[in-house]
Design a protein around this ligand. Structure first.
Ligand SMILES: Nc1ncnc2c1ncn2[C@@H]1O[C@H](COP(=O)(O)OP(=O)(O)OP(=O)(O)O)[C@@H](O)[C@H]1O
Ligand SMILES: [Mg+2]
Length: 277
């Protein structure tokens, strides 16, 4: 049964998609079956992983009931992906029925046993899409940019997460705050860490030990449709993301096990774009 991890922050540009892509690459690399779910109408994760969102069923079709979730899965060279495009932004207005918070969770329950990990990218908003991600997930990771940490918006994020925990998903666990574009040499770092500590306290979580430095390779990899693990396997960014993956899941490149339930990976078994509309 897959562990479902959502990467979230309603602030834009903090590294949610970058982190999702690295997680998918790192776990696939270790031989796990991974499904990436793009819940952002910008479709950045779909693009980063080489998925196609025009001719295949997407998350929009899943939410609207136009297809079964299994029919929206694309096998890419990276991992399995359910793509998103701009149509997904219509969900906020179009999903009005009772139980709309549970659509993703119910859909995932039909395929959860096929995967070891399901990684969800969320949009920079606290919308019905975000609530679906929190309702479906076992764990949350909250990336933040070290230089522009701010308490602004944290109350809202906390309110949303805590409301979902109370009403829809009691088991939801906030694994921690991930400091991105972290530079230990900056004079500001001490202040930043203190502020991050306050934010983590407010959210009832901690700052993760793993931190991600600024890296040109991280910015370049998406254009090549491959993850950082493949694009720059020996880079500092890859090592930092491997540390993060190990901290969250216990999986390391050399251990190759997740609580003993190791299965063969999907990497290399590419059946690209098989589920055409
Ligand atoms: N550690 C890093 N080093 C260098 N560039 C980075 C790093 N993390 C993210 N970036 C770059 O910053 C930009 C924003 O990152 P990303 O798209 O992952 O953020 P996001 O939180 O998903 O944004 P959005 O809220 O718009 O979805 C991207 O161009 C990405 O390549
Ligand atoms: Mg993004």
């Amino acid at each position: 049964m897959a562990t479902i991890i959502a990467i979230t922050n309603q602030k834009g540009g903090v590294g949610k998609t970058t982190t999702c892509s690295a997680f998918c690459g790192g776990l696939t690399d270790c031989g796990y079956n991974v499904l990436a779910i793009d819940l952002d109408p910008q479709g950045n994760l779909s693009f980063s992983l080489g998925a196609e969102a025009e001719e295949n069923y997407t998350m929009y079709d899943v939410f609207k009931g136009n297809c079964e979730i299994k029919d929206a899965i694309q096998c890419t060279n990276n991992c399995d992906v359910i793509a998103a495009n701009i149509l997904l932004s219509g969900c906020e207005l179009e999903l009005t029925g009772v139980g709309r918070e549970y659509i993703l969770r119910e859909a995932l329950s039909t395929i959860q046993d096929r995967y070891d990990y399901i990684i969800i990218d969320t949009p920079p908003a606290l919308s019905i899409l975000t609530i679906n991600a929190y309702t479906a997930a076992n764990q949350l990771i909250i990336p933040m940019i070290a230089e522009i940490l701010s308490l602004q918006g944290i109350a809202q994020l906390k309110e949303t997460i805590f409301a979902v925990k109370k009403y829809y998903n009691k088991e939801l666990e906030i694994k921690g705050i991930l400091l991105n574009k972290y530079n230990p040499r900056l004079i500001l770092t001490k202040e930043v860490e203190e502020l991050a500590g306050i934010i983590a306290d407010q959210l009832g979580t901690k700052i993760l030990d793993a931190k991600i430095s600024t890296s040109v390779s991280l910015a370049e990899a998406p254009a090549h449709g491959i993850t950082i693990m493949e694009y720059a396997p020996r880079s500092k960014a890859t090592a930092e993301y491997r540390k993060l993956i190990c901290e969250i899941t216990g999986v390391s490149k050399h251990s190759g096990t997740k609580g003993g339930s190791h299965t063969s990976g999907s990497k290399g078994s590419s059946k690209k774009k098989q589920n055409k509309k």
